[in-house]
Design a protein around this ligand. Structure first.
Ligand SMILES: NC(=O)c1ccc[n+]([C@@H]2O[C@H](COP(=O)([O-])OP(=O)(O)OC[C@H]3O[C@@H](n4cnc5c(N)ncnc54)[C@H](O)[C@@H]3O)[C@@H](O)[C@H]2O)c1
Length: 380
């Protein structure tokens, strides 16, 4: 029998324009290219229409390598193309506000890497603009899309931990420890990684009413850029729980350790990114052998796992981006809301409000209330 040509994938496309082609450009391109066959048969598939960057030979190479049809050295070209539906901003932090705001004004659906903007004021403006323009909007807090994190969210929502009493959230890396090392970014611990810890706290425990914080800079000096090596804060949640939220870039041996522990009246759970498939669960049961159990969150009946591999075939960091961006593409294709646990620009702005309050608390040496995002109510 002769070989039979396969049918082409006839699903409609969601056309992507991407700004930036570095680490996150690679991660997002990988996600867009992987999702069409993993999430089968979804309503649509992403089409990598155009990529923009500043340097022509590099952006041309990125277009070929990642599979984009076209490229430009001017991101405005992405907005001028009526075929492009989604503007995906994976540029550096200072380039988040301007291009993303311009994309919203051009009527594009918008994806923006974290932190959403350099200040809560700018992040709030982006949130309001996206809502007003009625475009879909996603802040890339990708750890919300790790199956173990989603299972934790469901357990807490279902009341399995009872009343949440205390919690701790910490993101630790080590690359700023050496005073002579070349820094990949001058930005401080709060914006580089702390925003993920804030977001996990908001997702799992709830909105934060007030913070008390200290910043410390035992390694940095002014010529190394924004001098924040580590931040430690106490958080008071609106629901009554308390917690700590911290971020450090000077933790030797901690390569990429986002971690948390949540303690409630019925039990405790903990998780860390360096062992991301495992949720550690303790249920108060009164038996002599009780203790923490390790749940490998890779079963078909676990959240977010179904489309992936058979039982116990573990997932990696990149799957959080694939799950997150597939949810966004689905929402664009079906004109439906993002999944309830996705981080919208409201979540990006709320994380920025907490980050600004942490900075203010540390600088002034006082407990600082976290303002509500205008136009939303606490806990929304
Ligand atoms: N969610 C996550 O897991 C995660 C992880 C790392 C970084 N990030 C965030 O993603 C974003 C990108 O980080 P990255 O690690 O990919 O950085 P990167 O330096 O690897 O890539 C940045 C890209 O933006 C381009 N660029 C730089 N300045 C520009 C300008 N003025 N105009 C247009 N393009 C410009 C660079 O050429 C490069 O292609 C940052 O906001 C960062 O905070 C998120």
């Amino acid at each position: 029998m002769a070989l039979i040509p396969a049918k082409p994938d006839g699903r409609p496309t969601v056309n992507i324009g991407m700004l930036g082609y570095g680490f996150m450009g690679k991660a997002h391109s990988n996600a867009f290219k992987t999702m069409p066959y993993i999430f089968w048969p979804d309503a649509a598939r992403p089409r990598l229409k155009a990529i923009a960057g500043r340097t022509e030979d590099k952006v041309a190479e990125a277009a070929t390598r990642y599979g984009f049809e076209t490229y430009s050295t001017d991101w405005h070209d992405l907005l001028a193309d009526p075929d492009i539906q989604v503007f995906d901003n994976v540029g550096p932090d200072p380039e988040h506000f301007g291009p993303t705001m311009a994309a919203i004004k051009a009527g594009k659906h918008v994806v923006c890497e974290k932190p959403l903007a350099l200040s809560a004021q700018e992040a709030t403006q982006l949130h309001h603009a996206a809502v007003e323009a009625n475009v879909k909007h996603l802040t890339c807090f990708n750890y919300r899309f790790v199956p173990a994190v989603r299972l934790a969210y469901e357990m807490i929502s279902n009341g399995e931990l009872g009343e949440i009493y205390t919690s701790s959230f910490r993101y630790a890396q080590e690359w700023r420890t050496d005073p002579d090392a070349t820094l990949p970014t001058p930005a401080g611990a709060l914006s580089v990684i702390g925003c993920h810890a804030i977001d996990q706290a908001r997702l799992l425990v709830g909105d934060i009413a007030a913070v008390s914080a200290v910043l410390s800079n035992p390694v940095s000096s002014a010529d190394r850029g924004e001098p924040v090596d580590a931040v430690t804060s106490i958080a008071e949640f609106h629901g009554g729980a308390t917690g700590t939220i911290s971020a450090t870039l000077i933790a030797p041996g901690r390569r990429n350790r986002l971690s948390w522990e949540i303690n409630g009246s019925k039990g405790s759970i903990c998780w860390d990114l360096e062992n991301l498939n495992v949720l550690r669960v303790y249920r108060r049961g009164g038996t002599t052998s009780e203790g923490f159990a390790e749940v490998i969150v890779c079963e078909a009946d676990h959240p977010l796992v179904g489309p992936w591999w058979p039982s116990g075939h573990v997932l990696g960091w990149e799957h959080s981006h694939i799950n997150m961006l597939a949810d966004f593409v689905r929402a664009v294709a079906e004109d439906s809301p993002l999944t309830r646990t996705a981080a919208t620009f409201a979540d990006g702005a709320k994380a920025a409000l907490v980050a600004d309050a942490i900075t203010e608390s540390a600088v002034k040496g006082v407990r600082t209330a976290v303002p509500e995002l205008p136009g939303t109510s606490t806990g929304s």
